[in-house]
Design a binder for this molecule. Structure first.
Ligand code: NAP
Length: 247
């Protein structure tokens, strides 16, 4: 297995796409650190599901929107498992609203969690990975970061920002044997999309050539590809998992 003995940290691993990524990494042999913000019950369910696959796993509570919390999170994982090989920046939130009426605090919350959270975790993880001369970083962007979406200016900005962050960090870290890539999911069935108004859901679904929503496991397999040791010559790439939406 390409991830045997590798230690992975997945932010927002308690539910949805993050949980599916934890399970896929566990299935491929990784030790999994499951980060969550507040939903301890869900995080522990992910941990149990990873263990049922024969993997070592543990839950780590941290709000990734703060720099200190991200540093402490990475340190806690390193202290517990001795190294950090894979970082998946998956934690994300939405605060939808039209540009004209959206609030600045919503913009800040979305940018702080989705973009700065990934930046802080990458910074902390890169220090460990550079010393190891090995690392795999995977960021969860979105089709919305590539194409925009009405009512999601803050979210689109955060997800487009992740693409620039991914490409710049890929160039900086390539010589250290650290790859940085992003997955851009389309419309995936999770709590996040279940919370969308019915009209917005229907509008999104109508733009999918495959005429169905994606499943978290379909995104997880793409994220796990980038996280594998044998994907080491792939960096700075954005892989859409979207049933053809971006084509
Ligand atoms: P979700 O079901 O709403 O789950 C969000 C996860 O993020 C939860 O585990 C949550 O933890 C965690 N989280 C939220 N804020 C956090 C914070 N400040 N610190 C740490 N963890 C935090 O979302 P999802 O649909 O699985 O989405 C996962 C990622 O994929 C997000 O980055 C999202 O933007 C992206 N994405 C999703 C879709 C889609 O269609 N679903 C499409 C494109 C991109 P708790 O359980 O503790 O709350």
């Amino acid at each position: 297995m390409s991830m045997e003995g590798k230690v992975a940290l997945v932010t927002g691993g308690s539910r949805g796409i993050g949980r599916a990524i934890c399970l896929e990494l566990a299935r491929q042999g990784a030790v999994v650190a499951v980060n969550y913000a507040g939903n301890e019950q869900a995080a522990l369910e992910t941990v149990e599901a990873c263990r049922a696959l024969g993997a070592q796993a543990e839950a780590f509570r941290a709000d990734v929107s703060g720099a200190a919390a991200c540093e402490e999170l990475v340190q806690a994982v390193k202290d517990r498992f001795g190294r950090l090989d894979i970082l998946v920046n998956n934690a994300g939130v939405t605060r939808d609203g039209l540009l004209m009426t959206a609030k600045e605090e919503d913009f800040d919350r979305v940018l702080d969690t989705n973009l700065k959270g990934a930046y802080f975790c990458m910074k902390a993880a890169a220090k460990v990975m550079i010393r190891q001369r090995y690392g795999r970083i995977v960021n969860l962007s979105s089709i919305v970061g590539l194409r925009g979406n009405p009512g999601q200016t803050n979210y689109a900005a955060s997800k487009a920002g992740l693409i620039g962050l991914t490409k710049a960090a890929a160039k900086e870290l390539a010589s250290r044997n650290i790859t940085v890539n992003a997955v851009a999911p389309g419309f995936i069935e999770t709590d996040m999309t279940a919370a969308m108004p019915e009209k917005a859901r229907e509008a999104m679904l109508a733009t999918i050539p495959m005429a169905r929503p994606g499943q978290p496991e379909e995104v997880a397999r793409a994220a796990a590809f980038f996280a594998r040791e044998d994907a080491g010559y792939v960096t700075g790439q954005i892989l859409c998992v979207d049933g053809g939406m971006a084509v």
